[in-house]
Design a protein around this ligand. Structure first.
Ligand code: NIG
Ligand code: FE
Length: 410
């Protein structure tokens, strides 16, 4: 996309309130930020601004006491897919459960059919519309999983679309290969053979093509067993790729324990997580990613064990899980609201969950989720009086402006 010079955000940002780490307990109330060549050159209290920047001929941006946070990070999405599952929503409202629909040949597999049938251009267009909604709320970094292709060509198509979205839109995309998301119909009754295909053909081929940043598995009774998940993780490890896991969502079959043995970046969902799992996470620096949109949409009643996570100091991230089956949302701000109302997280925890902690869940804490000298100028200006408002409103977008890579976006 062509950006005009006037869209450059280089210069001095004055009169700001800045939550540089995403932690509302650690803010600068009379803040100044200097941006040069797309990077933050200096950030701090106005009174401490070095003389060189006072005298320099810098463009001035008066923030008008608005709040500035790091660009938001959505660290768990299935944004690229064909079609939608509104018909299945109707079945569920009539009483069918997510598991029943999955077992009767609907669910993930129906999106697999639609995704296989869509060509790359159409997938790009459908997914781009969803992405634009996320970006409008201040998302500047996003993870996108494959997992609705379930054969080499279709998984490649999804990951290529994910990469193209990152090139075309003002967002940094991290791709996750989720070949072990569901059993494709042609492998019915042969789950171990499918895992062999994932490990020996799909994973190495897509890795060589540079399409994979991390590897995920849906470890669940209706997904893959611990033993099958272990095979996928071992294959990922042999290629030097980090892993993460859809774990303990509908039951606890030991997924988190396995994930921590492989030093997983994150384990995600976690409604059925127990204390032994949390202790194992602590040892492996694994982030807990909570997905209130999925909890809400499938009308789950078992809550993730927030107190346990807090007691053991586990970093908690929040994400949309944007997908057609369990979380058809494109609003990360709504997830902050739900994390607070449904899980009783504090508004401060929720904001950390989409900044620093979300960056850690992607293994990118050194790059994203935090504003400091030397880092990329990826930040959001918010029209709010207090940071708590970011989680307080629902269905309202207080985003005033977004800067990514030192340019106003879009
Ligand atoms: O994160 N649990 C598995 N994957 C998705 C759901 C995918 C689907 O139903 O299409 C999730 O909830
Ligand atoms: Fe998911």
């Amino acid at each position: 996309m062509a950006h005009s010079l006037s869209k450059q955000a280089d210069g001095i940002w004055l009169n700001a309130r800045i939550a540089a780490t995403g932690d509302p307990g650690n803010v600068i109330l009379d803040g100044v930020m200097v941006v040069r060549d797309g990077l933050i050159a200096w950030l701090g209290a106005a009174a401490a601004l070095p003389a060189e920047y006072r005298s320099a001929d810098l463009a001035q941006h008066d923030v008008g006491r608005r709040w500035i946070t790091p660009g938001l990070i959505d660290c768990h999405t299935h944004l690229v897919y064909g079609g939608n599952r509104a018909d299945e929503f109707a079945l569920r409202l009539a009483g069918a459960s997510y598991e029943e629909i999955a077992r009767s040949g609907g669910g993930i597999v129906s999106t697999v059919r639609a995704t296989r049938a869509a060509d790359e251009e159409s997938l790009f267009l459908q997914s781009g519309r969803r992405l634009q909604a996320l970006l409008a709320e201040g998302v500047t970094t996003l993870e996108i999983k494959s997992g609705y292709g379930l054969d080499l060509a279709s998984e490649r198509k999804m990951l290529r679309v994910a990469r193209r979205l990152g090139e075309h839109y003002p967002v940094t995309v991290y791709t996750t290969f989720l070949g072990a998301h569901a059993l494709p119909p042609e492998y019915q009754g042969r789950a171990d053979d499918y895992i062999t295909l994932v490990c020996e053909e799909m994973l190495p081929a897509l890795h060589v093509e540079g399409l994979i940043d991390a590897v995920d598995v849906f470890c669940e009774n209706i997904g893959f067993s611990v033993a099958q998940s272990e095979r996928v993780f071992a294959a990922a490890a042999s290629l030097g790729l980090p892993v993460k896991m859809h774990a303990d969502q509908l039951s606890n079959i030991g997924g988190t324990q396995l994930a921590t043995r492989f030093k997983a970046l994150s384990v995600d969902h976690l409604e059925h997580l127990n204390e032994a799992d949390v202790l194992a996470m602590k040892d492996s620096s694994t982030v807990a990613v909570l997905l209130p949109g999925a909890y809400y949409f499938i009308r789950e009643t078992k809550q993730p064990p927030l107190e346990l996570l807090r007691r053991h100091g586990i970093p908690i991230a929040i994400s949309t899980d944007s997908n057609p089956g369990t979380s058809p949302t494109t609003s990360l701000l709504l997830m902050l609201n739900m994390a607070c109302t449904l899980f009783r997280m504090t508004t401060a925890e929720a904001l950390l969950g989409v900044t620093s902690h979300a960056a850690q869940a992607l293994g990118q804490g050194h790059k994203h989720g935090l504003l400091a000298a030397g880092r990329a100028a990826d930040f959001v200006l918010w029209d709010v009086e207090s940071l708590a408002e970011l989680a307080y409103w629902s269905g309202r977008n207080p985003c005033h402006a977004i800067v990514r890579g030192g340019r106003f976006s879009p």
